[in-house]
Design a protein around this ligand. Structure first.
Ligand SMILES: C[S@@+](CC[C@H](N)C(=O)[O-])C[C@H]1O[C@@H](n2cnc3c(N)ncnc32)[C@H](O)[C@@H]1O
Length: 396
């Protein structure tokens, strides 16, 4: 696997290669769940079952996510822990840009695999890790001990950081949050860096401390889809699932025709741009019997718009008033196009310890485009307080 990750340029330095070579992933994933085509866990592969052993060992050293835990929520199975994709683990460790002697806080211990890589590189004394799930923490501590490491591992809500060990030179999150929790900014040392996935469009933010109580930085070129941070008392990941509002009656709905092809929304970087403006937006694709796309519904908690291709070849749009969501999608498309269809690494995030955050294009304070025209190129994101929050509870 280390050879593969090196060939793929996910591992670029010898020190990390040595960490991957020495860390037995199979120890951290004694069993995992196979997923069906809807990403729902369906079959347990268990190292204690003799007929599973070959398959299990193969999977442990393949560049794939291994789901280790899920919980039932009505008719859904919601994944609550996994061993992340090794190439993404390597990419995030690369972005973390650690140096000898630096202290790291990891959010989302999970299996303990990534924690072990950090311990290998920096030493157990410099590594603190936290997971919301007490059982996972207990198992991870046992496995870390087996391979000779004893970092500080805490059960609790990672959104609060781990105050006792602060300040940290680096904070690495392996679960996605809607924004940057203020506690992380408070607990970050001067010159520190946070690498965290966001629940918005697979964004992976690389944020440096830019002043007292402020972090800022670009998004990575690669998308990183991580499970959302959750609280101990709620099975549902925060901010991810929203009930679809009921369509409004014809006499109230705003009816029209659009020239925007719903295919535009299949570009992940446009989706990200749109979601950074409308973080609560959800998409439901429509298909016909042959699975050919015929339209799209976009909705948030209160508004809904449906765009459907009719026999006349035109895209008919039906929007609930007063905030017409399809109009919002169209104007986001126009602004994305007017800014030369920026890829995700032209975008960035600035966040402050008092909970403010905004997104920007190219530079946090850029106010003109390259043609010299004036324009606003940064815009506020909902603060963590405005989005559904993980419930705060004391750390044991
Ligand atoms: C993708 S897994 C972590 C993978 C892990 N780093 C590894 O190498 O196995 C995400 C983890 O985040 C944890 N998590 C979710 N919400 C959390 C929270 N509020 N605080 C701390 N951990 C959380 C989950 O329990 C899960 O184990």
């Amino acid at each position: 696997m280390a050879d593969h990750l090196t060939a793929e340029s996910a591992i670029t330095v010898d020190r990390w290669r040595a960490a991957f070579e020495s860390t037995p992933r199979h120890v951290f994933v004694p069993r995992y769940w196979e997923l069906n085509e809807y990403n729902s866990p369906i079959r347990l592969v268990d190292s204690t079952v003799p007929s599973h052993r070959h398959e299990w060992l193969q999977a442990a050293y393949t560049d794939r996510v291994l789901v280790t835990q899920w919980r039932a929520d009505e008719d859904r199975r919601i994944v609550t822990s996994s061993a992340s994709l090794p190439s993404l683990v390597a990419r995030m460790l690369h972005l973390l840009d650690v140096a000898d002697g630096q202290r790291v806080l990891e959010i989302g211990t999970g299996t303990g695999y990534n924690t072990t890589l950090l311990c290998h590189r920096l030493g157990s004394a410099n590594v603190t890790s936290i997971d919301v799930d007490l059982r996972l923490v207990a198992e991870a501590v046992g496995r870390l001990d087996t391979v000779g490491f004893a970092p500080t591992v805490i059960a609790g809500d990672g959104a609060l950081g781990v105050k006792d060990g602060a300040p940290y030179d680096r904070i690495l999150s392996t679960c996605a949050s809607p924004g940057v929790p203020p506690a992380w900014i408070d607990q970050l040392a001067d010159g520190g860096r946070i690498v965290t996935p966001l629940t918005i469009g697979g964004a992976l933010a690389v944020l440096d401390k830019t002043g007292p109580g402020e972090v800022s930085g670009h998004l990575d070129t690669d998308a990183a889809w991580f499970m959302a941070m959750r609280s101990a008392d709620r099975s549902m990941p925060v901010g991810l699932l929203a009930d679809q509002p009921r369509p409004v009656p014809d006499d109230v709905a705003h009816l029209g025709v659009s020239t925007l092809d719903p295919k535009a929304l299949t570009d992940p970087d446009f989706r990200l741009w749109l979601l950074l403006h409308q973080p609560r937006l959800h998409f439901v694709e429509h298909v016909d019997d042959q699975l050919t796309p015929t339209g799209l519904t976009v909705h948030n908690d209160v508004d809904i718009a449906t765009a459907q291709r009719h026999a006349d070849g035109r895209l008919h749009v039906r929007q609930s008033p007063p905030r017409r969501l399809w109009d919002t999608v169209e104007s986001a498309w126009m602004s994305w196009t007017n800014h030369d269809k920026p890829r995700r690494d032209r975008l960035g995030i600035t966040a402050t310890a008092d909970g403010l955050q905004y997104a920007w294009l190219d530079h946090p304070t850029r106010t003109q485009d390259k043609g010299g025209r004036g324009g606003v190129f940064h815009w506020p994101l909902p603060t963590p307080r405005q989005l559904p929050q993980t419930t705060k509870h004391p750390q044991p």
